[in-house]
Design a protein around this ligand. Structure first.
Ligand code: ADP
Length: 395
């Protein structure tokens, strides 16, 4: 069966068409600048890439174009061949603890909670409505980035702030990247043929989060009420002292939202290095002797290592550490730096094993106290698996 995995933003729509249960990607693509002048799309299929510039005034037009293009490229012969559409949603709020079938009631509930994720959720909801309009008879699901973290206990998800903030305004830790961490949990548990593993899953991409998992359930995760918390990221600060905001605001006259934007977009690797948010550029600059790039890498590795050490304590000793996403899967240097900073846990890298990119691999030494694996993530596939399962249950 063919399943579409969809990730819609306010002006974009990313898709992957996957043949299930074979898990084969048939086509993928991106629609950009929807509703803005100069809208275009790119579709990758059969090793080829097509790009077309066409006006798309809203997401429904983009979805219609996508479906027409799938027919024109002979990828499908009719819309009926699409047997499921899975939508990624960044924030499910406190009410959604697993993937659900998309209905009008679900849309209503999501709309009620829209101010929990004002930057991300509106675009995704627009995408869902567009697919419901163009493919009214196809099973559609919503896969939440927050859902996997819903097993956290109050001791982990409550902030030590006035309790009314939680009661009245739903201020608590939600955690993100849940679909990726769930995929890592599934992959490594299947590999070890165990469902009782204590895992520290490190998703280190442009965004980044570390998650402690015990027997398939999240115990704690580094992102918080929003994806700004936790480890240092490409452009996000991660954890900082919140008083800095008022202090800097008095100095610069910037508003709270301007400063929050600085913490989201101008901090992290970019902020410290002054070079780039892309870890490859920072790596190159560091190799050329750029002092701030060297410092940025050092802080980056330490922040991640500190979370791993903290979660090792929380789990009372992890069975395995997994590294994933752009940096985790590809950067030998950063992996080595992170692992060197958790030497106190008895973790040791094997340089020859670490000489790899984008593949499932053990990279720790034989005598490492905790094994470390690179596990490539695949959020689109996780979405397709959930959607296939729900579609099969429904039919
Ligand atoms: P996101 O999905 O959060 O946008 P990704 O998981 O794609 O991000 O990760 C992007 C990051 O991965 C970038 O910082 C990029 O530099 C880094 N990355 C990708 N390939 C490499 C590589 N070969 N070496 C070092 N870093 C890499």
């Amino acid at each position: 069966m063919k399943i579409l995995s969809v990730n819609a933003g306010s002006s974009s729509l990313k898709f992957t068409l996957i043949e299930m249960p074979e898990k084969v990607t048939i086509a993928s693509g991106l629609f950009e600048k929807i509703g803005i002048e100069g809208s275009f799309y790119t579709i990758k299929y059969n090793g080829e890439k097509i790009t077309k510039e066409v006006p798309m005034e809203d997401h429904s037009v983009a979805v219609q174009k996508l479906m027409d293009e799938l027919i024109e490229l002979n990828i499908i012969s009719s819309f009926d061949e699409i047997e499921g559409v899975g939508h990624r949603l960044v924030h499910g709020g406190p009410d959604f603890t697993k993937t659900v079938i998309l209905t009008d009631e679900v849309i209503e509930k999501l709309t009620e909670n829209i101010d929990l994720a004002p930057l991300h959720n509106p675009g995704s909801i627009t995408g869902m409505k567009a697919f419901m309009k163009v493919l009214p008879n196809v099973v559609q699901t919503v896969v939440f980035d927050t859902a996997f973290h819903s097993t956290m206990k109050e001791t982990e998800y409550l902030y030590p702030v006035p309790y009314e903030w939680y009661e009245k305004y739903k201020v608590r830790k939600y955690g993100f990247h849940g679909t990726s961490h769930r995929f890592i949990n599934k992959t490594i548990s299947e590999y070890f043929e165990r469902n009782d593993l204590k895992i520290i899953s490190c998703h280190i991409g442009n965004g980044g989060s570390v998650t402690a998992i015990d027997s398939g359930k999240v115990v704690d995760t580094s992102m918080g009420f929003t994806p700004l918390a936790g480890i240092m990221m490409g452009t996000r600060s991660g954890d900082i002292d919140p008083s800095i905001l008022e202090y800097v605001s008095k100095k610069t006259g910037e508003s709270l939202s301007e400063l929050t934007n600085d913490l989201n977009k101008k901090s992290g690797l970019l902020g410290v290095s002054g070079v780039s948010s892309d870890s490859r550029d920072v790596e190159t600059a560091a190799e050329e002797g750029n002092e701030r790039a060297i410092l940025a890498q050092e802080i980056y590795a330490r922040k991640i290592a500190n979370y791993i050490a903290m979660y090792n304590n929380l789990l009372n000793g992890a069975d395995v550490i997994c590294l994933t996403a752009g940096v985790g899967e590809n950067s030998k240097k950063m992996r080595k730096m992170i692992i060197e900073h958790i030497a106190s846990l008895g973790v040791k890298i094997d340089d020859a094993r670490n000489d790899c990119r984008g593949e499932f691999r053990l990279i720790s030494a034989e005598n490492s106290k905790i094994p470390v694996y690179v596990v490539p993530t695949n959020e689109e596939l996780m979405i397709a698996i959930d959607t296939m399962e729900l579609a099969q249950k429904k039919n």
